[in-house]
Write a protein that binds this ligand. Structure first.
Ligand SMILES: [Mg+2]
Length: 266
């Protein structure tokens, strides 16, 4: 049993007071890991691949340009990087695939053709996800020291992510973080997925902890709203996982570096 302190201030529910907790649930992309460069390369490769497969450039350059624009906007690809709250950053593979097919349908392809091209696009670019690309995800600054502090306070740590289980475990293994996290995790293969409150309930049941005795840290409003809806008292927005810090709804406690977070035994 312990509580968290943010810049020296003990954390509790919005109604006030200090929450005694047993576990901290972490989002992965943009929270445990800097994933922006990998996600940007992945989204750009998906755009290029879909454009080649749609094969519009020679006979319909205008629709080709329109498709590029639609895909880039759908994926949250911007000149400044990738939208931290966009579909590439936040959503699971199948949602991204449907968004790709929708963009193809919007330039006049039939739905079966759109879906087939989207599926082909993802098959051809999946290897760039996770560690497969030129810029694999790396832990955010100060993470191992934070995990030490949490461990010393007997707090358990778990991951709740829309990445696949293989991607989550691969990231933890590569960076020698696996032993710091519980075996139980919640991934894109679990049901319901983030951002359903049931995702938090499912993970908590697997861990054998009550949602009311957890903290959750994520880099997207969808994570934070999910946690609140699930009855998690300590909900923290993490903003240091992106070049351009994500804009979160006002009112969430915000972390700008893991050094700002301490744990103390009750
Ligand atoms: Mg995230």
């Amino acid at each position: 049993m312990a509580h968290l302190l943010l810049r020296g201030v003990p954390l509790g529910p919005p109604s006030g007071g200090i929450s005694s907790i047993d576990a901290v649930l972490f989002d992965k992309d943009g929270t445990l890991s800097h994933s922006e460069a990998m996600l940007q390369a992945l989204a750009a490769a998906r755009v290029d691949c879909a454009l080649v497969l749609a094969d519009l450039e020679a006979h319909s350059p205008e629709r080709h340009r329109e498709l590029r624009d639609l895909l880039e906007r759908a994926f949250g690809l911007r000149a400044s990087g990738i939208h931290p709250g966009g579909i590439t950053a936040v959503a699971a593979r199948d949602h991204n695939l449907i968004a790709t097919a929708t963009a193809l349908a919007q330039v006049g392809l039939s739905w079966p053709d759109s879906l087939a091209i989207a599926e082909d696009t993802f098959r051809q670019t999946d290897r760039l996800h996770g560690a497969g690309g030129a810029s694999p995800p790396r832990p955010t600054a100060g993470l191992p020291a934070l995990l030490d502090r949490l461990q010393r306070a007997n707090l358990r740590c778990a991951v709740i992510s829309n990445d696949h289980e293989e991607g989550i475990r691969g990231f933890l293994q590569r960076h020698d973080l696996e032993h710091r996290f519980e075996q139980a995790l919640w991934s894109a293969e679990h049901h319901p997925r983030k951002p359903a409150a049931g995702a938090v309930h499912g993970l908590c049941a697997d861990l054998g902890v009550q949602p009311e005795r957890c903290a959750l840290i994520g880099d997207a409003d969808s994570d934070l709203r999910m946690a609140r809806a699930a009855g998690v008292p300590v909900v923290i927005g993490y903003r240091a996982g992106w070049e351009q810090p994500p804009e979160l709804e006002p009112g969430w406690p915000e972390l700008h570096h893991w050094d700002e977070l301490e744990a103390a035994a009750d």
